[in-house]
Design a protein around this ligand. Structure first.
Ligand code: FAD
Length: 183
């Protein structure tokens, strides 16, 4: 008898992450707006996990049918520094939020390469230089999800501080970048 984990069948197109939970970063916004987590069994979670490896793209596409919500860049203009920054932080924090608790040596090496590439490739050059200096002083913690999320939060807060912005509460990174607010 499968053990119940939530309370309503998963809708078609919902994609589960490797942790067996609905993956917000894998599903369209429309999917999440129309769905409240209620029932799924562990067996369904296992079945859907295999979908991640085979037809996740089709699943996301299927869930995206219908009018799309507006994106912040409506004009199709090249991004300005703020927009580029916001999009990059979104990518980095979301990547950290979905990083494994126990990464393999290859996963650690890959995330280190990503971080080390930023000072070389990030298109805002003074931002890239400052970030590179900060990374030299503060070695990336790639030991696992919690450590990486915290390290990135601290790096982002360093930029916030430099720009005179309020610090973000790093105990809220999962809520902001993975789980959403508690209902
Ligand atoms: P952002 O700072 O982009 O943040 C986006 C969202 O992230 C926020 O709305 C909030 O919900 C969340 N958030 C905020 N702080 C944290 C945190 N500490 N941890 C987790 N989540 C958080 N701009 C410059 O003018 N000068 C620079 O030197 C510079 N360096 C940058 C270096 C890097 C690597 C990057 C990616 C961006 C840099 N930027 C820099 C851009 C700058 O950080 C902002 O992205 C930009 O000013 C837009 O700010 P924002 O207020 O929209 O929110």
């Amino acid at each position: 008898m499968p053990e119940p984990t939530t309370q309503k069948p998963l809708p078609p197109g919902m994609v589960l992450g490797p942790d067996g939970k609905p993956c917000r970063a894998c599903a369209s916004g429309a999917m999440f707006r129309n769905w409240k987590p209620t029932i799924a069994t562990k067996e369904q979670a296992r079945n859907q996990k295999s979908q991640v490896g085979t037809s996740a793209v089709a699943a996301v596409a299927a869930s995206s049918v219908g009018p799309l919500p507006p994106l912040h860049n409506q004009t199709n203009c090249p991004p300005r520094s703020e927009e580029l920054g916001r999009a990059t932080w979104t990518f980095l924090h979301t990547t950290a939020a979905y990083y494994p608790d126990r990464p393999t040596p290859t996963q650690r090496a890959n995330v280190l390469s990503l971080i080390r590439a930023l000072p070389l490739l990030y298109p805002c050059s003074h931002c890239a230089d400052d970030f590179g200096e900060d990374v030299k002083l503060n070695a990336p913690d790639v030991s696992g999800r919690a450590g990486l999320s915290r390290w990135l939060c601290d790096r982002h807060n360093e930029v916030n501080r430099k720009l005179g912005k309020a610090a973000f509460d790093c105990s809220k990174t999962d809520e902001r970048w993975k789980d959403g607010p508690a209902d």
